[in-house]
Design a protein around this ligand. Structure first.
Ligand SMILES: [Fe+2]
Length: 292
């Protein structure tokens, strides 16, 4: 198992840290880490030191997706694989790895220019049990499935598939959705553990990130987040519905940075076999363009 084992953390550059703290903590239920500062906010979803790092930055976009490998041996083996394939990367110094709270990491870009950090050895604070930012009926579903999933900006989908296969992930096109008689949207999903997918590519995005998904263990937490976010004035971009591939019941709202955050429940494990769908199971209506 020398490849990527999970989407471990995400670094986000956000212009309004105060708004993000409230959005992520009071409304979504993530925990604001105790050692957060005025310029860096750590958000927890489980016992890890953090699952999101918010950094004061005007980009309102991801600064890096942190992909985990199992340990030092796998970290070196993946470097050999990248070198042999002619993929450029830079091994971070100890200070940078220390700032990310990991033992070792390297940085590189995927074929679409998405910044990645491959790491092993995250800091896990078992002495600080997860304490949600607001009351929750259950908890965030992380564990070996990582923090959730992300849809990122893509280039040629075949090229994206080849690159992430090199990193040890598996996947295929899982949606072919006819938009017009001449145009069908194809969406590629890649997995590396029991979560149906950790990364997806295919929808157009002005930013590097289209959306980040967090899964919760109780359906009530989906609807509580929906109610709190809507009452706080956040736009719901996609109404509740059920995806065909991971069978996740979810909705999407627009985060303070403009990209979307999906809150989901009930995702099924990866089937490890390819199949595709022409639409979702039900719901998930896009609100853009709906009559008010
Ligand atoms: Fe999603």
């Amino acid at each position: 198992m020398s490849g990527v084992t999970e989407l471990g953390y995400v670094r986000l550059g956000v212009s309004d840290l105060a708004k993000w703290r409230d959005f992520a903590g009071r409304l979504v239920g993530l925990e604001v880490g105790a050692d957060s500062t005025d310029d860096v906010v750590y958000l927890r979803a489980d016992a890890w030191h953090h699952r999101l790092i918010l950094e004061r930055d005007a980009s309102d976009d991801i600064l890096a997706a942190g992909l985990r490998v199992a340990g030092p041996g796998e970290f070196r083996a993946l470097q050999d694989t990248l070198r042999a394939a002619g993929v450029a990367f830079e091994v971070a110094d100890a200070e940078t790895a220390g700032r990310r709270c990991v033992l070792e990491m390297l940085s590189l870009s995927d074929p679409a220019g998405n910044p990645l950090e491959i790491f092993h050895g995250p800091r896990v604070d078992t002495h600080r049990p997860f304490y949600p930012g607001r009351g929750m009926f259950g908890k965030f579903v992380t564990g070996n499935g990582g923090l959730g999933h992300m849809m990122l900006r893509h280039g040629d989908l075949g090229e994206m598939h080849a690159f992430y296969t090199l990193l040890g992930m598996r996947g295929s096109i899982e949606y072919k959705v006819p938009v017009t008689p001449e145009f069908t949207v194809e969406i590629l999903f890649m997995h590396c553990n029991q979560r149906d997918h950790s990364l997806a590519f295919g929808l157009p995005s002005q930013r590097r990130v289209n959306h980040i998904m967090f899964e919760v263990s109780e359906l009530d937490d989906v609807f509580l987040a929906f109610a709190l976010l809507r009452d706080a004035g956040y736009e719901i971009a996609i109404l509740p519905g059920k995806h065909a591939n991971d069978q996740m019941f979810s909705f999407y709202c627009i985060s303070p940075s403009g990209f979307q955050v999906e809150i989901g429940w009930g995702g099924r494990p990866a089937s490890h076999q390819s199949e595709y769908y022409v639409g979702d199971t039900y719901g998930h209506e896009f609100t853009a363009g709906r009559p008010a």
